[in-house]
Ligand binder design. Sequence first.
Ligand SMILES: [Zn+2]
Length: 600
Amino acid sequence: MKRSAAILLASLAAACAAPQNTGTPAPADATKFLADVNESMKKLQVEASQAGWVQQNFITDDTEAIEARVNQRVIDAIAKDAKDAVKYDKVAVSPTERRQLELLRNSLVMVTPSNPKEGEELTTIMARLESTYGKGKWCIEPEKPDTCMNIDQITKVMADSRDEKKLRQVWEGWHTISPPMRKDYARFVELSNKGAKELGFPNTGAMWRSKYDMAPDEFTKELDRLWDQVRPLYLKLHAYVRMRLHDKYGDVVPATGPIPAHLLGNLWAQDWSNIYPLVAPPHADAGFSLTDILKKRKMPALDMVRIGERFYTSLGFAPLPKTFFERSLFVRPRDREVVCHASAWDIDYEDDIRIKMCIEPNAEDFTTIHHELGHNFYQRAYKTQPVLFRDSANDGFHEAIGDTIALSVTPEYLVKIGLLDKAPDTSRDIGLLMNKALEKIAFLPFGLLIDQWRWKVFSGEISPAEYNKAWWDLKLKYQGVAPPSARGEEFFDAGAKYHVPDNTPYTRYFLADILQFQFHRALAKTAGCTLPLNRCSIYESKAAGERLNTMLSMGASRPWPEALDALTGAKQMDATAILDYFEPLSKWLDQQLAGKTVGW
Ligand SMILES: [Zn+2]
């Protein structure tokens, strides 16, 4: 995860559709305006990053208050700048300046209406939605507080339990937190749409889709095209998992229909890796455990970070600055509360990059370090761009970079860096690939459907009277997943997923999932890898590093298809790299599924 410095929520103090009638601004005015925005935004963002860093490293009432105050200032500033940018819509400015003006206008995730009463109402609703989710708990016996479970405890049961009744109980339990959000959510949709219209967008969903350098409808078609490319592979994975779950749970899992949502090891059925033991291919044990190796060596956190850094320097990137090691957090402190969720930071928009993680010697954290450093090297690569361009090419790119590098953490890589004596032969790959498919392939339809639902909710195509029906229609259509029991409109199951009450766009995660394999395939080719794609690591390839750096250093200065082209030689996103990567698994699945029904 990256902590983005850009604050994406804004309130508009005044209506802003038309330029003021005080004479048309000149191109020089736009240049001056952008110079001022770039300077003031950098200053404010640095303050916000510092306050955020301190808040997450020393959680107290005071640091929270300080951070909230700075964030509010950033929000107000961006809102004002976005509004002012509209003044230059008709002014003849350079293409670079035009792009900066557009990015400024498109940088908001939510716009509060100019009417102060409505603005305040929306802000209050947002805070209430977030806190309803954050405080969400389900109690087996409401009178007994010690029977209450929070999201962490429920998540653990979903991951570990194989007791169908228990799983159904906690799944239904967690989904009791969201019905109280339903009314608020409908009002939030009305008010945020009003704000979006004031900025010239038809609705909030169209505003979100306007960030992708193409017409909103064209972007929707692009997503459909990508999904069609990978859907056949998803269908196979789905059918195989269903078959194994049917063996385990009997008729609760139909042999030919959708899979019940509570049996996939995750509250939202978005990541199925927790049920790997139930679906593991026979004789496909990888033959080594990176976690065991790291534990046996008692590998200190700093050494793990140094290994991650060495991956990037092996590609030709400069080593991390001294301050990275002085200021990052690698180990959970014993004396205070901190946010341990892994994140990468760019404090001063220059060289003060850091990660914040509570590293344990295990395979997951080892991979996560490689991922987080991807954000940092991206941030440093685009630091010479104007401030408004110091971001990834589109919001899918930032997450995709770290994951691309993580795909290079292969057995061969572990051998090269001395953690493993010998790479297992490729006959063992089915296990590794199955594990990865349960994470990356299972996620794809979920990554897509959240915003399919929200875009239709924002446009009015889905009315509040059918929020839940539409949600489950989409879950069925894309994921082939059904609720464990009837879910009428007395429920609000979309609200039980964090990003809905928190109002974070979700399509970026779908894009990142697609892009990372496309990046990996292109870089592996540049590195001259002739192994199966899942065995390729770009470690030590200066040629791959150069190509990667060309794209990273562009930041957001050019439309994303050009950035994509710089790395892959193609301007179109392409999900066939996923098919290449998982080809051995795909063939194996074909054998397992001979004569069986695929689909639901
Ligand atoms: Zn990340």
